[in-house]
Design a protein around this ligand. Sequence first.
Ligand code: BJ8
Length: 424
Amino acid sequence: MSASYEAMWEKLNLDLPAHEGLLQVLGKFYGDIYLTQEGRLRGMEYLDFVLSEVHGLRIQELQEAKAQGRKIIGTFCVFVPEEITLAADAVQVGLCAGAEIGKDAAEKILPRNTCALIKSFVGFKLSRLCPYIESCDLVVGETTCDGKKKAYEIFEDYAPVYVMEVPQMKQACDLDLWKAEIGRFREKIEAVTGKKISAARLKEAIRLLNERRRVLQRLNRLRTAVPTPISGRDVLLINQISFYDDPARFTAKIGELCDELEARIENQEGVAGNGIPRLMLSGCPMAVPNWKLPYIIESSGAVVVGEESCIGTRNTRDLVDESGETLEEMLEAIAHRYMQIDCACFTPNRERLEHIVDMARDLRVDGVIHYGLNFCQPYAIEAFKVGQGLEAAGIPMLSIETDYSMEDVEQLKTRVEAFLEMVR
Ligand code: BJ8
């Protein structure tokens, strides 16, 4: 990464030597996991470039946006409605982190038995390693799992935090609560940005973000092809980048990539041969640069063809109804769309079980790997019902719990290989 960014990082008060170390590790990790793949699509060059500039060019763009008076809003959950942020001319970026690097710092203020995702974002902040967090004018949390909910109470000592209340059930009264929360969020965003949200701007934001969802839906549909035309690692990266790249640019680039995939399918070309087991991942989100499990799977002779996750289809499956004309109608449509998210923090959460089985069938998978981060109770407990649902559908499932460390790689590989033997 260019040395010309150093002044920018210094201004953002990053710990420069530690940050340099992080970039080196990330570059090596990326090279090993991504650039060693054979027959990669031309369209992935854009993603390689964006990732190589993850702390460079994109941060520079955020600083330029700030200089023009735009605000940067950071989030940790797909429940935060980006349409509202965008309609107030702000930029929303995902802050979930998938690296272990700030773990020791995080464990000074959080219990050790906290999930890796929470420790990671807290650790990145405490270690002054994340230029995204340091660029934020507001960080938006949410009351999903207990770990995040309580961590925000501590996090607000280090960054400006606002918390949205996400209901835990989906009854009529919960939808009312959620609508009120969206109204409260709109007021907060208007206050932070100093800009009133108009119906015209909200309509445009809804359209733009639906387009991003549509292109990712198209990408996922193309993966139903046998042989699959793109690796699971590459699609995970695309989903991860969708959380911080410019939405219009990203959508255009992924559209081009899908054109390339269609040509590949027409020629019956794929990244893995016909007999290679097709697996689907289901469970906790994999935030950048958490590529551990897909890499283990794909280097063990299988291919990942779907991700039932918030960094995957849980974030792209549902669109906002675009027929609303007034602000009220559009806010209502936004509330309805977000309440369809089937996060394990909800009870009951039967629709997730149905979605998983439907998705596994559509993608013609040979098996599902349920992925949970250690100490994530919602997903770990829900894995039992997911397993039952898949068993009834005749689809094998392996449940894995892990974290961001590399210590268990060999053990995971052994389990994945045994599972592959079974599904073959
Ligand atoms: S809508 S999945 S992004 S909450 S892994 S921090 S649940 S203990 S990330 Fe999530 Fe929103 Fe739900 Fe999606 Fe807690 Fe579990 Fe950690 Fe998690």
